[in-house]
Design a protein around this ligand. Sequence first.
Ligand SMILES: NC(=O)c1ccc[n+]([C@@H]2O[C@H](COP(=O)([O-])OP(=O)(O)OC[C@H]3O[C@@H](n4cnc5c(N)ncnc54)[C@H](OP(=O)(O)O)[C@@H]3O)[C@@H](O)[C@H]2O)c1
Length: 310
Amino acid sequence: MLARYGGPEEFAVRELPEPVAGPGQCLVDVTLAGLNFVDLEWRQGEYGPPPLPAVLGVDVVGRRRGDGRRVVALLRRGGGYAEVACAEEAFTVEVPDGLGDEQALALLEQGATALGALELIGRPRPGEVVAVTAAAGGVGHLAVQLARELGAGRVVGLASTAAKREFVRSLGAEVALDPADPDLAERLAEQRIGLFVDSVGGAVLRAGLAALEPFGRLLSVGARADAPEDAFSVDELAGRSAGVLAFWLQHVLADRALFERIAGRLFELALEKRLVAHVDRTAPLARVGAAHRALAARATKGKVLVDVRA
Ligand SMILES: NC(=O)c1ccc[n+]([C@@H]2O[C@H](COP(=O)([O-])OP(=O)(O)OC[C@H]3O[C@@H](n4cnc5c(N)ncnc54)[C@H](OP(=O)(O)O)[C@@H]3O)[C@@H](O)[C@H]2O)c1
């Protein structure tokens, strides 16, 4: 838990009273919690964090109290880095037999973001070239695989190190680019990008927009807190008949039938091994600060997990 917002050194393991489930909620005996980029922002007191003393963690896998079913729960106000979490039933889904805890957890929050954004808003056209930023990250590495699944042509992934770019190619991307390349917009334009899926913002988003083919779309699923605000003029967009789109997972969660369909599709693809979540590391609870440091230092590939019982 955090007694105050700040750096990773603020985390402390403490005995706290068990949460109490209210109407529409359930308790989950957590086996693994996930790290998400929002955890870094909340830890620093940014982006509407839960009040102090705070338990972070917005996704968990474990057993639901009462029926003992294996579930993944998305926790919109945190509480995941704990042995017991209080979850909204509406944001909880059962894990099918045959799918491991790690895969199920690594797939749901970030996979629903990637699939929801691509399928509901981005809608890759058959054969279209799709670019994905932070393509080795939690959302990105699933978006690379899902873009192919949804009929995209070539996939271009952006990642900051040679090892990450190799990982991105291993996921099925034909081309992997360095977002720090000073000629990024030119490198992207050479790829004839139809859909640019961005979770970084700032200069990378600008390069993506500048490189779009006519009728292309820029699809934002997030931005670093330090990325400058973006403003687009109608003339700039009309200059390439471009669209600017954005996605927020909350709108999927607000529609239970849609959430179930998206979760079901992710789990089905995973059971068929057509979608594989990569787990970078599983940190014991007492080392969650080190795991935060690694995510902030851009040193992780795929999903970072926390073993709350270790
Ligand atoms: N729209 C929604 O509803 C929704 C839901 C969930 C997540 N998101 C967003 O999706 C994005 C990805 O989330 P995630 O949890 O999967 O994280 P993640 O992609 O695993 O985040 C880490 C990656 O971001 C890239 N990055 C670029 N600039 C960075 C910087 N200044 N500091 C740290 N990392 C930087 C790094 O990749 P490189 O080193 O390769 O550049 C890094 O490996 C975030 O923006 C998050 O807010 C949105």
